[in-house]
Every structure is written in C-alpha cells, then in structure tokens.
Design a protein around this ligand. Structure first.
Ligand code: FEO
Length: 183
C-alpha cells in the first residue's frame, strides 16, 4: 500500500521548485560576492542574508515533500549566470529573479487547484504571501537606487545606500498591513 499523498506530477513540480529555490540562493551568493569584491559590504551583507533565506525556502519544499510521503530528488543546481554590470543591474536582476519565482509559485498553485490537492494548495499560500513581501523588498531597493541615480549613481550616493543596507531588516513592510493607528 502506498502512503504517498502527492501525485507524480505534483511531486516532480515541487522537487523542481525546491531546486529553483536553491538556484536563487546560488544567484544571490554570486551577486553578494560580486558586490563585496567591489567594496559594497553592506549590500553584499544584505544579499548574503537573502541567499540564506532562499536556502530556508528550499528546505520548506524538501520537508513538505517528505511529509507527504513522496520522494525528494536532489538535483544539480544550475550556475548563477552572468555577473551584474553595475549596482543598478544587480538589483534589477534581483527583482526579475523574484518576479520569475512568483510565476513559478503561481503555476504550482494552479496545478494544486486543478488536481484538487488542497493540502498542497494550503502549503503554497505561505509562498504566495512571501513573494509579495520579496517583490516589495526588491521594488523598494530599486526605487532607492533609481533615486540615487540608477546606472549613473554617484559614489557618494552608493556609499550611503551601502551603509544603510548593512543592518536593514530583510522583511519589507507591506502597505496592506498598515493601519490608521499604525501607518
Ligand atoms: Fe524563495 Fe526569493 O523566493
């Protein structure tokens, strides 16, 4: 008697997403190392922390697949790709990576809906919320880089941003969570 509670297709899709989260961690590690090499320790620190968060996402998928009695398949992680051209490009790539990941999560949500796999649908809602958080974080960062001059940002402006990012919280404050009492 099988105790596997995931369809073969769902198990394969969740395993693929697990690897995608690990890939995001590799990408952010590469960007963080690039930033550190250029002297932007604060921005590097931010992306090192974020790489760690992606590893945690990977583990969430791994644990869920095991919990549902399906097989975890650890695959090779693709290379992180090209180095950023400048700080603006680095954070545009960061934003795009998060948007791509949101699309992948939405595909999984749709699949769980189509299969009537409500346990997986429920599990994925945490990621739907998390992606709003991460896209907001990336958008806010990009806004600040654009204000600093985007691709033409001065060293002074980048210095201030780098200093601010060193200790900045990794969680973005979501507009929809603001209230009149707590704007
Ligand atoms: Fe795991 Fe940044 O999404």
């Amino acid at each position: 008697m099988s105790t596997n509670r995931l369809s073969d297709g769902m198990a394969a899709a969740l395993n693929a997403q697990m690897t995608k989260e690990a890939h995001a961690a590799q990408i952010y590690l590469a960007y963080a190392a690039w930033l550190d090499d250029k002297g932007y320790d604060g921005m590097a620190n931010f992306l090192f922390r974020h790489a760690h968060e992606e590893r945690n996402h990977m583990m969430k998928f791994l644990e869920y697949i095991l919990q549902r009695g399906a097989k975890v398949r650890i695959e090779a992680i693709p290379a992180p790709g090209e180095e950023p051209k400048n700080v603006n490009d680095c954070f545009e790539k960061f934003f795009q990576q998060e948007v791509d990941n949101t699309q992948a999560i939405y595909m999984l949500v749709k699949k769980s809906f189509d299969e009537g796999d409500w346990a997986t649908w429920h599990f994925l809602q945490w990621f739907v919320k998390e992606q709003v958080e991460e896209e907001t974080l990336a958008m806010n960062l990009l806004d600040r880089i654009k204000i600093a001059g985007g691709e033409k940002a001065s060293n002074d402006a980048l210095y201030v941003l780098d200093r601010d990012l060193k200790d900045e919280p990794d969680e973005a404050e979501l507009a929809q969570e603001a209230t009149a009492e707590n704007p």
